[in-house]
Design a protein around this ligand. Structure first.
Ligand code: FNR
Length: 380
């Protein structure tokens, strides 16, 4: 096998190893994918300022996120259905994150449950909440996260209604994946994936057993289920309600607008994640990196601000920090690793980003990740 030198190598391998419908679910964005592609273009367009003759022998990437020590300013974003990209995907990703000293976030719509992930790791992880129409169920999820000693709650604000992803509809993505004449050949070409899925007990929405009709055992298309269960009436009062139930750090994710950022802090957010959901929700929303400076200007003195949507390399992390983010989350970048090589792939994805960030810091004359600021960006 040719050596893996960048995240795109992991993406290519994941494309070969995961079933097509599942790879597309990970890889693609909503509607015409203007925002998905714009995220990358806007990050690529930023340039770094080369500095020379500065002693950069001793470098540190360590910092804190929501008060927790991390080995670098990168956390694993919550991603749904991770356990069908690779058998036990959430457990493997949580283990890789723990070994790398970075946070892992478990999605509400994960395949492995809160309890299954808790049993597999020693270090507390974070739980991401989607608020359902059934508020008692949402409250019970918060309670389960507390019982599992999750150390922060991530409330996702930008998916009251799901943006349409053409690929998922065309591929008929279901949970668990359904065997049809159309996809049987594709699945046969992925024996590694199929063998893993056959052996694991985790094949359905782990946190939602007993909530989805049929005990979580039926085949449900994700968009149908989201449409029927997620609460489109969600408002800032509800965020205050979540705040009242959760004594720990509250992270509000999916903010692109300065007014929304102020409202989130007023409702009790400790951290805001500037994000367009990786280009999976409102198509033609701005690239998240272009929205970041406005949010930093609006509330940067009142809470921590993190960034996601488009990060694939350490250079991207450096750019986000230069524009005022304290840290970044990664979604697809770690999922490509997971789809390619399971836990080892997530470790590889994190190692690549760590090395890229370290080298890019050195070449911009930066010794400590906490010193990164606008001075590392090149401006004509
Ligand atoms: C996501 N994202 C997401 N966010 C969330 O709050 N809950 C979820 O269940 C999911 N599910 C999900 C699945 C997949 C396959 C992807 C790619 C993303 C969004 C995620 O947390 C994050 O905001 C984006 O992934 C960031 O963009 P990048 O890093 O993928 O470019």
């Amino acid at each position: 096998m040719t050596p893996i030198t960048c995240n795109e190598d992991l993406r290519q391998l994941a494309m070969r190893r995961a079933p097509r419908a599942i790879f597309d679910y990970v890889d693609r964005g909503s509607y015409d994918e203007h925002t998905l592609n714009g995220n990358r273009r806007a990050l690529d367009a930023l340039m770094l300022r080369q500095r020379v003759m500065i002693d950069v022998d001793q470098r540190s990437l360590a910092t804190t996120m929501a008060g927790e020590a991390v080995s670098m300013p990168v956390g694993l974003a919550p991603t749904g259905l991770t356990g069908i990209l690779h058998a036990d995907g959430e457990i493997l990703a949580a283990r890789a994150a723990q070994a790398a000293g970075v946070p892992f976030t478990l999605s509400t719509v994960s395949i492995c449950s809160i309890e299954a992930v808790r049993a597999a790791v020693e270090k507390p992880f974070w739980f991401q909440l989607y608020v359902m129409r059934d508020r008692d169920f949402a409250a019970s999820l918060i309670q389960r996260a507390k019982t599992a000693q999750c150390s922060a709650l991530v409330l996702t604000a930008d998916l009251q209604i799901q943006g349409q992803r053409h690929r998922d509809i065309k591929n008929g993505l279901t949970v668990p994946p359904r065997l049809t004449v159309g996809n049987a050949l594709d699945l046969l070409r992925r024996p590694r994936w199929a063998w893993g899925m056959l052996r694991t007990p985790h094949r359905n929405f782990g946190n939602l057993a007993g909530f989805i009709s049929g005990g979580g055992k039926g085949m449900t298309t994700l968009s149908q289920w989201i449409g029927s269960q997620f609460d489109p009436t969600l408002s800032w009062q509800d965020v205050a309600w979540v705040r009242s139930l959760w004594p720990g750090k509250l992270i509000v994710k999916g903010i692109l607008d300065a007014d929304d950022a102020r409202a989130a802090v007023d409702a009790g957010a400790d951290v805001i994640v500037v994000s367009n959901h990786g280009g999976r929700q409102l198509d033609s929303a701005p690239p998240a990196i272009l929205a970041l400076p406005q949010v930093v200007a609006a509330v940067g003195d009142r809470c921590e601000i993190w960034f996601d949507s488009g990060v694939r390399s350490g250079q991207d992390v450096l750019k986000a920090l230069a524009l005022g983010a304290r840290a970044t989350l990664i979604g697809k970048a770690f999922l490509y690793g997971l789809g390619a090589m399971g836990e080892r792939g997530v470790t590889t994805a994190l190692d690549l980003i760590r090395r890229e960030l370290d080298v890019s810091m050195a070449l911009t004359g930066t010794r400590d990740v906490r010193e990164i600021g606008p001075q590392v960006l090149w401006r004509p």
